[in-house]
Structure formats: C-alpha cells, structure tokens
Design a protein around this ligand. Sequence first.
Ligand SMILES: [Zn+2]
Length: 437
Amino acid sequence: MEKTCFFISFLIYRCDDFVVNDTKLGLVQKVREHLQNLENSAFTADRHRKRKLLENSSLNSKLLKVNGSTNALCATGLRNLGNTCFMNAILQSLSNIQQFCCYFKELPAVELRNGKTAGRRTYHTRSQGDNNVSLVEEFRKTLCALWQGSQTAFSPESLFYVVWKIMPNFRGYQQQDAHEFMRYLLDHLHLELQGGFNGVSRSVILQENSGLSASNKCCINGASTIVTAIFGGILQNEVNCLICGTESRKFDPFLDLSLDIPSQFRNKRTKNQENGPMCTLRDCLRSFTDLEELDETELYMCHKCKKKQKSTKKFWIQKLPKVLCLHLKRFHWTEYLRNKVDTYVEFPLRDLDMKCYLLEPENSGPESCRYDLAAVVVHHGSGVGSGHYTAYATHEGRWFHFNDSTVTLTDEETVVKAKAYILFYVDRQAKSGSDKL
Ligand SMILES: [Zn+2]
C-alpha cells in the first residue's frame, strides 16, 4: 500500500513540477501553460482524484517537493565543509548498509557507557593514544543523525575534526580520494573497536549481540570487529615460479577488492567505437582473478631456486564477505599526474554471482555467493584532486541520490547508468538474515 501511495505521489509531483516551477522564465512558463492546456479534462479529473488520495495520505508521505525537486524527507543530507563530498559519499553509502549501520546506532553514547564514571570519557582508544577523541563515537552520532527525517542537512563537523586529528593525510580542504578515505575510516574504526571499553573486549560483545559465528570472522590484525565481520573476506594468493614450478600460497585478508578496468576498455571511445563491447563488472572481476605473469620489475623470491625469478600470480577468493566492496581503479598515475579512466562499467543491481571466483565453490550453498547492490559511489569530473563525489543508495526498496546536503529520490534506470567508482554489494543470505532479526 505504501508503495502504491508513493508511486502516485511521485506522479503528481512530476505533474506539479511541470506547472508550478520556473516562473521567473516567462517563455518557459508560456510553453508550459500551452502544453498544460492541451491536457484533456479526463486527465485533470483523474489528477484531482489522485490529489485527494495524496492529501489523505499526506502523513504517510515521506516526500516533499522543495524548489522543484523531489526531496526525500526521511533522508538527511550531509553539509559540504569544503570539498568534503568524498567523505559524505562514503558516509551515506555506509549508512545504507543496514547490518553495519545498526551496530553503531545501537552502541550507547560515550557518556553513558560507564555508570560508575558517568560524565567522564572512559572510552579507550588504542589506535591514536588520544583519549579525547573517538572516531567510533563521532561516526555513531553521524549515522544516528541520518535517516531521522530532519529536513536540514546534518553538518558532520565533529566527525571531520576527529578525521583530521587521527588521519593527517585528510587535513585541509582539498579534494581527496573517496576510496582512500573509506579504507582509512574502516581501518581506524576497526582498531578503535578492538581496543574495547570497560575492560570487555569488543569482539566478545560482537559475538554475543549480532549472532555472528566464529567461522564468519575474518581477522585483520587480531580480533574481529563489526568492520571485519561485515567487510572481511580472504583471498588466496597463488604464486608459481616459472623456472622450477614451485607453488607458494598465501592467504590475504581483505576489506575490499580493487579492480582494474581492463586495458582494452580504458581508452575514451570515439563515436565509431561506440558499438564495440561494453566493459562489464565481470570483465573487471575476471581480470582480477585471471592468471597473471608478473613483470620483470616484480621478480619473486623463489625459496627453491633461492633467487628472484619470473613467476605467475593468481588470486582466488577463499572466503567471501557479507558486504562485498568493489573499487574500480579509475585513477592511474602517469609520469606527472593521475589520470582518470572514465569508461562506463556495466554492473548488476541484483544477483551478482561470485561463485566462479571462489577457491572451493562446492563448499558454498546455492544462495551464499549472490549479492544485491546496496550503494554506489560516483566520481564526477576528470582528476582525483578535483571533481565531485555523490552516492546512490537503496533504502527500504527505494533508490536515493546523495549529493552533499541534497538528497533526491531516484530510480533504478538512473542508478545503472552511473559510472561507478565504489560498489557495495550485500550478500543475499546476510540480508534475509538481518531482516529476520
Ligand atoms: Zn623456483
């Protein structure tokens, strides 16, 4: 029912946009009036009926039209504090990864965490040795501020202050790489959560509260936290000496996978080439997991040959994470500057099957390797030090576009056209599991 109401209201807003806006431009208005007159009376009557319906359900309606755009009342934007769209796009994406976001939102506020020493900050931070700031606490506050139905954008100043304090490379107001920021953010959240509080290890709390079993844990630098439990996967890195054939295997934990856009798709296409094959996410995943002969510059120390030799490398996914974060390497260093690969990469909104990249696919259930898209970060513009970041994310079945302080409702057709930079895919099993909780 809510879905139907929403759909009707969306239609009406579109109609209203057509009549009401752009009054400053007389000419546009005249054309609009003319077109409006062409609409037949049956349609008008239908509209009145729909409007009545909408008025009756106005309390339920989560949409508000502001300045002609369909704004999403339930979603809260994030103010840009001076080129901080890289941070906003990541925060909005993470805020729509329910399992991850809920964990933080359910944490008690810092002041309430210890009854005996109420009012005093007892939160232990191991990573930065500064007990006056807590990234976890500021992150928690920011997530709580989003999706509260506030019409005014939230200003993430205090979070940004902590980011400046503990991640010096993000100081200043230059444009930053959103992917780099996400990695720093997740790493620091992980480290701080590992520190625990009140003498109780956070990893114990995680096990008790979220029902995540020990087998789901992926340990990066020790104990598991919500960060590794959600984003942690394991790669098997297989290197073969091309001279003696000795194979060496290494397990590498990961929080995200950085995928190259294959070179044949990297050049900007001219009109004549437009009909050529389109680059897909599968192409990028395949090039990541394909057998690769390492360059002369990357010789591998073979323990049998006892010297550096030419080798091949292959990645397998040993364990898939609950949320698969895929970063498309759009920025490449040339001699003097970082160039952007602006190629469109086709990606699925639902049912990304990762089974074929698994080391032991036979050990996984039929539903365990399938993912649906939860959010996507997009970089607009040409260079890493310039341009603008926005994010698309899905919330309760609707897609939203997060552009700093502006949040607008959008649709699947728009999302699939985006030139993705970071994609967040949620495991279908984990999703249905969290729905049940
Ligand atoms: Zn060898």
